[in-house]
Design a protein around this ligand. Sequence first.
Ligand SMILES: Cc1ncc(C[n+]2csc(CCOP(=O)(O)OP(=O)(O)O)c2C)c(N)n1
Ligand code: SF4
Ligand SMILES: [Mg+2]
Length: 351
Amino acid sequence: MTYIAKPRLRHPTLETNKVGYTRRDYEGKVSTLCAGCGHDSISAAIIQACWELDIQPHRIAKLSGIGCSSKTPDYFLGASHGFNTVHGRMPSVLTGANLANRDLLYLGVSGDGDSASIGLGQFAHAMRRGVRMAYIVENNGVYGLTKGQFSATADQGSKSKKGVINSDSPVDLVAMALQLGATYVGRGFSGNKEQLVPLIKGAMSHGGAAFIDVISPCVAFNNHPGSTKSYDYVREHNEAVSRIDFITPRNEITAESAPGEVVEVEQHDGSLLRLRSLHADYDPTDRYVAMSYMQKHQALGEIVTGLLYVDPLATDLHTACNTSVTPLNALDVAELCPGGPALDKINASLR
Ligand SMILES: Cc1ncc(C[n+]2csc(CCOP(=O)(O)OP(=O)(O)O)c2C)c(N)n1
Ligand code: SF4
Ligand SMILES: [Mg+2]
């Protein structure tokens, strides 16, 4: 048995959100991951974010690939739609599902092996096409499920548990997402829930391709001295660009800040991202600033976290392709299959 179902107990005093669900309603099965695995903390942050966003669980579709990280959708959002795809193929399955039904909120969960090795091409094309989704990579620098080989995100010079030094250059998924045109790009740390929950909420409310790389230590194979993805290393080198507050359209804004300290970004759905800058002159709406800032700080050995870039006016693949507003499963036969003459007309236009 690979999973344990949680007992269905519902205490009458449990707090409910605005759509009548308790936090428990956003949980899944009991996790079978190693105790202390960073991935479990990310699951907890996803549960918290979806509960606080008042999303009805059946409005979410969660998709993943293969790996310990890709197993995690079993441990959250048990009442949502789910699809555990093949290794590295989550982005294309998510793209197809999204095109068929734009009414759902798409949550892609993947690993650094899943997205930066076998699935790198899939990752790249989902970003550049602007598929509307919150894409989370649970990045531990190793293939956890297959016993700790270096993954493509392992830093050059970092040491494996057995003392082997990684000689290859790392793939930086944040840099790639920025370069490829993702319109919401962040980096979090599984050990910092305070930062991660608003980052996820902002991504779930975003109008285009949202990507979050979450450093998520693997306690079994990559949490030793010499690793650059261990809890100790990330805590010592974490450099946040800003503190992020997520404010839904319904929330009243109460906190006051000194002018100049805060950048407020309103997204398409009216949600507000309030970013308290920790670095002078950091503009989270300038893609090129984000790219050069990341590279500069990376060269200093720092791990830059927070919301690195957001385009509040982002549009998505549906807008680009002018697709049906109605989900395909709600169209009738005549609309789905307009007949021979209509097909002839399309064919003629392509000759
Ligand atoms: C096509 C294919 N190739 C290889 C594997 C073996 N495999 C399973 S999980 C995995 C890597 C998982 O690493 P990552 O995505 O980083 O997830 P983690 O376990 O570290 O969370 C590999 C290579 C597979 N399942 N399918
Ligand atoms: S092997 Fe690593 S990634 Fe997999 S569950 Fe254990 S700690 Fe987590
Ligand atoms: Mg991994």
